[in-house]
Design a protein around this ligand. Structure first.
Ligand SMILES: [Zn+2]
Length: 385
């Protein structure tokens, strides 16, 4: 493994390489950024360098940079890190609750990382000497899921870890973490990946998925390869195609069509997506899965309006819905830039309402009525969602 394999994160690599070259390596890192952009890949590679018996220091890729440290990839430590068997490398995640020795703790839902999990799987091993003498590295996945109690129990370790103990907290929602936790970590932010790179990765990882579907996933994923893979898993492409066609119905209503009638099929499709969510997310409640399904579908709907908005404003960005250019054309022809902004505002409001657990069907009904009004040049109703 090489740190250079983490692609399109040059800034993060530079921060870490500078720290490795200095004598003051931070003992706690907070890796922030969208999931599926290389945060965990980087954490594993940094862990390998810290645990490697004879790291190699070489020339940096740029002239003005400090020497570049890499793991040797040959020693026993390197081999064990790569095999996932290194005794001084600990990956802390919410499913560990199921391996806790106390059966009452094991019955906790794996939605958060509790103080009991942190105590048993992190604080206790922190107090022991490294098995192989060099260092101990703890990687915490989804650190935003650490409960407040868990974070408070970590403070002392974050503040004054024993020598050669390193913690790498990974999060996509740092604002959900306590400021006291964040301030004790050196923050390294990771950037969304370019759509072109995600497209190439998807071609390698999902060769059987049709090109048009991969292209949609790559452009709709917000620069997160993880999110793109999930969009494919959820079968969102077929569903969003249906909704592109339904937008046409909304914009060119046939006799007897009423916009609120779209709410029911919308919820049905969102529930279909929520089944995939429930399969993937351990212990998620049904209502949370449905909320995520609705939000996924809202984002897909918004992508058509965003495409049209880019078309109208002449932005040089390829459309997310390149397979349904007719829908984008129609939206761009029938909407002014202001109307498109108003529609996107309604979609964002619906998303926020669902986030606050508003009734999904009512929210969808209101949304489709608003979108129809906007398309006909009528002002959007003032409805508090
Ligand atoms: Zn090594």
């Amino acid at each position: 493994m090489s740190i250079r394999e983490v692609q399109h994160q040059a800034r993060a690599i530079r921060i870490i390489q500078r720290a490795l070259a200095s004598t003051r390596m931070p003992h706690a890192y907070l890796f922030t950024g969208p999931e599926g952009v290389g945060r965990e890949m980087m954490a594993m590679r940094l862990a390998q360098i810290l645990l490697c018996k004879s790291p190699v220091v070489g020339q940096a890729p740029a002239e003005d940079e400090p020497p570049y440290t890499e793991a040797c990839n040959a020693c026993d430590d390197c081999r064990m890190v790569q095999a996932g068997t290194h005794p001084d490398l600990f990956v802390i995640h919410r499913l560990l609750v199921r391996e806790h020795p106390d059966p009452t703790i094991r019955r906790q839902k794996a939605l958060a990382i509790s103080a009991e999990v942190v105590r048993h799987f992190l604080i206790e091993p922190v107090g022991r000497r490294p098995s192989r003498g060099r260092a101990k590295v703890f990687i915490i996945r989804e650190a935003e899921r650490l409960t407040d109690t868990a974070q408070n129990s970590l403070l002392k370790t974050l503040e004054e870890p024993p020598p050669s103990t390193f913690l790498i907290l990974i999060t996509s929602a740092q604002d959900r973490m306590l400021p006291t936790t964040r301030s004790r970590c050196q923050r390294v932010s990771f950037q969304p990946l370019p759509a072109q790179f995600v497209t190439e990765q998807l071609a390698a990882l999902r060769p059987d998925t049709p090109d048009a579907e991969r292209l949609f996933a790559a452009r709709h994923c917000g620069g997160s390869l993880g999110a793109a893979l999930r969009l494919i898993e959820d079968g969102l492409f077929a569903t969003k195609r249906t909704w592109g066609d339904r937008l046409v119905e909304l914009l060119r209503p046939a006799r007897g069509f009423a916009p609120h009638l779209l709410a029911q099929p919308f919820i049905t499709d969102a529930k279909e997506i929520s089944k995939q969510v429930a399969e993937r997310e351990p212990d998620i409640s049904e209502s949370d899965a449905i909320r995520m399904g609705v939000q996924t579908l809202l984002a897909a709907l918004a992508s058509f309006y965003q495409d049209a908005q880019r078309r109208v404003s002449g932005a040089d960005v390829p459309p997310t819905n390149a397979d349904q250019l007719g829908v984008i054309d129609l939206l761009a022809q029938t909407h002014s830039s202001r109307q498109l902004v108003a529609a996107l505002h309604q979609l964002a409001q619906a998303d926020a309402a669902i986030g606050r657990n508003a009734a999904a069907e009512l929210t969808a009904e209101t949304l489709f009525i608003q979108l129809a009004n906007i398309s006909q040049g009528r002002p959007a109703l003032r409805v508090a969602l």
